[in-house]
Structure formats: C-alpha cells, structure tokens
Design a protein around this ligand. Structure first.
Ligand code: IFM
Length: 445
C-alpha cells in the first residue's frame, strides 16, 4: 500500500516520542536531584559498556534546535517525558525552578512551531531520594506522585495538550522489580505485585488531581503484545492466557474493570497479595485516552514461564530487530481491535512504535540509509490504518524514537532513532526513515 492511499482523521497527531533520561543529558544540572537511573547507570556492571545518561543526546542544552528538526520533518505533535527529580530534587517538597524552566521553554518552543506537546509524567526515572524511602514499594508513593503531578499541571497545563501518567508500568515492574535488568535492579517475586499496584494507585491519584486542576486530557500509556500459542496444545493455550493477563490485562483490567485478572494469582502464587478493595476506587479514575506502545507480538510456549519473560520464540522467515524482537505489523491491528473489543471505544494513540536496526555510519551517506526501518514504518502505519478502517478510534501515532538514544541498560548499542545521533559530536543526521515519515505525514494531511 503506498503512503498516498492512507486516509486519516482530521487533526490526527503525527509525532515522535522520547524520554527524559534517554535523551536529555545534564542529569544534575541547575539544581536537579539524581534519579534511580542516574544511580543505576553509575553502578559498575549494570550497563552495557558502562554507558550512562550524563550526556545522552545533550537535548537539555540543544532542545531549541531539536524542535527545529521536528518542524523540518512536519511533526505536529511531540511526546516527551518529564524528569521528576529535575522538578522535585528530593521527589517531594521543594520545587526546583531550574527544572521547571527547562520544560517551560520546551513547551513554548513546541507551541511556537505548532507542535502539540504530550507530556509523560513517569518514564522510569524515579527520584533516587524516593527510592531510598522504598520507592514504588512504599504505599506513600501515590501521594508523592500526586504531589509532583499537581506541580506539573499547575506549571504546564496551559501548553501541554495531553498528559500521560505512566509509561509502560509493566516494564517498570518486570524490569525493575522482578528481573532486575532495569533500575532499581531488584529481583523479587514478592515485590513485583506491590510495585505494580502502587504504580496504578499513583496513576489514579494523579488523574483525580487533574480533574480538579487540568483543562486538557489525561491518560495512561501501556505496552501491549498480542499473545498467541506456539502450538494447539492445551498447555500452550493456558500459558498464552497467562502471558496475556500478565502483560496486557494486568494494568488495563484494574483501570477499566476495577479488578486484576484471575490469572495473576496463578502466576504469582503466594507472592500475590490481597489488595484493599478501596484502592480500586482510585485506580478506576476515568481516563480520557489510552496510549499504546507496540513493538512485537508474543508467541507462547507452556514450557517457558511467563514471569521469566521467555515467551518469544523465533518464527522461521520472520525479520528480527537488533533487540531480537520479531517484526510483525499485523499484531498492531490485532492489539488495537482487541483493546476496543475488550475495553470499549475510547480515543487511542500509538504512543510508541519503532525498531532498533543496525545503521551504517552517518559519514557514509546523508540521509543515513535504513531500509529495514523504512519498511517497518510503512508496514506499521498501514496496520494502524487497517484498525482505523475497522472503527477503532485512533487519534495519533508517535514513532519511537525521534533520536538514537540511551536504550536503558543496553546503553548506546541499539539505535531506534529516525534521526541518527553521532554521540561523539552530537551531530544529528536524518535517516531515510525520517524522510519517509515526513512524506507519510504530508500525504496524510
Ligand atoms: O526505549 C524504550 C522506551 O523507553 C520505552 N518503550 C520501549 C523502548 C524501546 O525499548
């Protein structure tokens, strides 16, 4: 299907997404406090090549120029995240004006160029001072988060068009509290459900705060994967249901149905606690939209435990990204229609979609030729269009990511950007995928 055939709703948001710790650099500048990612990345042995976010894309100092690049590509929306510890260095209490000023300038710069800002409040960088108080395991974190959210609503709601509370709570818990590959690096079956639950409580409390203070819209961002069994065996089918509950329904069911999926108890056994029923009054606070991050599907085999995340099986003839994720665009249509069928019609955004592929050095050609990413982009935009045609209310698409950046504990080894970044010089070079995206946007508008 050529990009010319796409028909998108008016006011469709065409954007790119980033996250604070992955691009900003200068993590302690102008009075900011350290986050758990600053601490984690400075702990020997945690990061590939010992990489850290001290400089990253130096976006903290280059934001104005970076917004200019977005304008060159014709983006009309930009999804970024706010570093909690830039604004509240200790997580609660004193507000750091230097941190607020940075985000104020960014939002003003975007607005000046008719790029609508979507701000994510939590993209994994908890203030280290709050981790010292138990982090996501402490029930008080819901109050801390609501306090921080209110500070941001007061400061930026005049310019921010969409607020997202959490980015990918599943990854926060699975990577940060169960398997330990992400900050704060815990590996504890008993902690994981508690962290998840407190993330959801924090989400709900901030949505409630927004109803009192905000004028725009607020939602949550989840990463979803359609799960399918590797074989027709009963065991694989049961395992698939569990994998689906663990990744896809664990966060959405409480938000939209007020209860966890039954499978959670089977998955976690004695580590699954009884949560106070009243918590779900907060968690169910009505959201205005849901952001869906889609990267791949999951093919599930019973012999591999869901909570060990071993549900990805290599399918002969599939293409795999540098993060070893199967490229499967139809899964995007599947998950979008699944969402609508299970939770009902509501505005949805694809808040992340993209791929890490090996790119040739920028010195060889300008633009950098990245044919696999170009193909990925076209196929996934077409898959999204199919969901729109079948009646799913999709309001926008944000490619992950605007820039090559710090891929968390994998450091700078995986390049997801549509703009190449030379981390030695900070030179930005468009990849072919960026120009393809520019054309898709032009043809769609
Ligand atoms: O880089 C991450 C992002 O921070 C969250 N979603 C997935 C991306 C690729 O792994």
């Amino acid at each position: 299907m050529s990009t010319r055939d796409f028909h998108f709703p008016p006011a469709f948001a065409w954007g790119a997404a980033t996250a604070a710790y992955q691009i900003e650099g200068s993590p302690l500048a102008d009075g900011a406090g350290p986050s758990i990612w600053h601490r984690f990345s400075h702990t020997p042995g945690r990061m590939t090549n010992g990489d850290n976010g001290d400089v990253a894309c130096d976006h903290y100092r280059r934001a104005a120029g970076d917004v200019g690049l977005m304008q060159e590509l014709g983006l009309n929306a930009y999804r970024f995240s706010i570093s909690w510890s830039r604004v509240l260095p200790a997580g609660t209490g004193r507000v750091n004006q230097g941190g607020l000023d940075f985000y104020r300038r960014l939002v003003d710069e975007l607005r000046a160029k008719n790029i609508r800002p979507m701000a994510t409040l939590y993209h994994w960088d908890l203030p280290a001072a709050l981790d010292d108080r138990g982090g996501w395991l402490n029930r008080d974190v819901a109050d801390w988060f609501a306090e921080y959210a209110s500070v941001m609503f007061k400061a930026l709601d005049d310019g921010v068009e969409w607020w997202a509370t959490l980015n990918e709570p599943w990854v926060v818990t699975d990577g940060g509290y169960l398997h330990g590959a992400l900050a704060p690096g815990h590996r504890n079956l008993f902690e994981a459900p508690i962290a998840s639950h407190n993330l959801l409580r924090a989400h709900g409390r901030s949505v409630q705060a927004y109803r009192a203070e905000g004028k725009h819209v607020i939602g949550i961002v989840v990463n979803l994967e359609p799960k399918s069994p590797a074989t027709d065996s009963d065991d694989d089918r049961v395992a698939t249901q569990r994998a689906d509950a663990y990744m896809n329904r664990q966060y959405l069911d409480p938000v939209f149905r007020g209860a966890y999926p039954d499978e959670m108890r089977d998955l976690f056994g004695e580590a699954w606690p009884d949560f106070p029923a009243s918590d779900f009054d907060d968690i169910r606070a009505k959201v205005d939209f849901v952001g869906i991050n889609y990267y791949k599907r999951g093919v599930v085999q019973a012999s591999q435990k869901v909570v060990e995340r071993a549900d990805n099986i290599h399918i002969a003839s599939s293409v795999y990204t540098e993060t070893d994720w199967e490229v499967h665009a139809p899964g995007l249509t599947t998950i979008l229609t699944w969402f609508r069928d299970r939770y009902g019609a509501m505005p949805l955004y694809i808040t992340e979609n993209g791929a890490a592929f090996y790119d040739p050095p920028a010195a060889i050609s300008d633009p950098v030729e990245d044919p696999l990413r170009v193909h990925y982009l076209r196929e996934h935009v077409a898959a999204m269009q199919r969901a729109i045609e079948s009646g799913v209310d999709i309001r926008g698409y944000f490619v992950w990511s605007l820039f090559d950046n710090l891929e968390w504990s994998l450091g700078y080894t995986k390049r997801f950007g549509i703009i190449h970044v030379d981390f030695a010089t900070q030179k930005r070079t468009f990849k072919r995928s960026a120009l393809t995206y520019r054309d898709i946007i032009r043809n769609a508008m």
